[in-house]
Design a binder for this molecule. Structure first.
Ligand SMILES: [Zn+2]
Ligand SMILES: [Zn+2]
Length: 94
């Protein structure tokens, strides 16, 4: 995930400026669900920023300035904790 850039340009249509909305979720689980290993791209220590293009509706995530991406090991550990909280067995590491 790229670090937040207040002057970002839409990759699809070139629009500037694009909207910004901070999101304090440290993991975006959907659309993968608790049974799948989630996409590590969306896992951060202090949240991320949703960017939305007002012209073409393209959206993407950027890393909040005080946040960092979790390592794959941290993501897997967090995922296993979530599965355990749901009463599910751990995912096998592939
Ligand atoms: Zn656009
Ligand atoms: Zn979010």
């Amino acid at each position: 995930m790229k670090l937040y850039d207040p002057d970002a340009t839409c990759a699809k249509c070139g629009q500037t400026p694009v909207a910004s909305r901070f999101c304090d979720r440290t993991g975006e689980w959907w659309p993968f669900g608790p049974d799948k290993i989630p996409h590590p791209r969306a896992f951060t220590t202090n949240g991320h920023i949703h960017r939305t293009c007002p012209r073409c509706d393209f959206d993407w995530l950027e890393l909040a300035l005080d946040s960092r991406e979790l390592t794959p090991e941290e993501v897997l550990q967090r995922h296993q904790e979530r599965r355990a909280a749901l009463g599910l067995s751990p995912v096998e590491r592939s």
